[in-house]
Design a protein around this ligand. Structure first.
Ligand SMILES: [Zn+2]
Length: 134
């Protein structure tokens, strides 16, 4: 369910939900990469070693004030013999602390009037609704 929510709500495809914890009003999901590839040649023939963890804000999803805890790995490629740091695909920049979808939402809200923001936040959008299949 939560891995599906990662994809549906946050457009995060290459990570999966591992566990959750709650702290100071935040829901913190630990997510892990589904597979590792070389940043240089895209080879799957790599070894990985965890470097550190990074906490990334995903905003409010389903009334959860959601943070994502992601392990960052060092990747060594056996094919091209290069060492690199894992590239997190859902960040707008390599060192960002917010997701691409949260950054996009913030930019869209900055360009709207207060009334437009209220309408957007309080009503379901047509693109999020789908007719039941029969
Ligand atoms: Zn490589």
């Amino acid at each position: 369910m939560s891995t599906s929510l990662l994809f549906q709500a946050l457009n995060i495809r290459d990570y999966q939900y591992a566990s959750a914890r709650y702290s100071n009003g935040f829901t913190i999901w630990n997510i892990i990469s589904k597979n590792f590839r070389c940043n240089n040649c895209s080879s799957p023939n790599v070894s990985v070693r965890m470097l550190k963890e990074r906490v990334i804000s995903a905003g409010n999803i389903c009334r959860l004030n959601l943070l994502l805890n992601v392990a960052i790995h060092r990747i060594y490629c056996f094919d091209c013999k290069k060492d690199s740091i894992e590239n997190i695909s859902f960040l707008p920049t390599p060192k960002a602390r917010i997701t691409k979808s949260l950054e996009r939402t913030k930019v869209e809200l900055c360009s709207m009037s207060e009334t437009e923001k209220a309408v957007r936040l309080l009503s379901p959008s047509a693109e999020n609704l789908s007719a039941p299949k029969q």
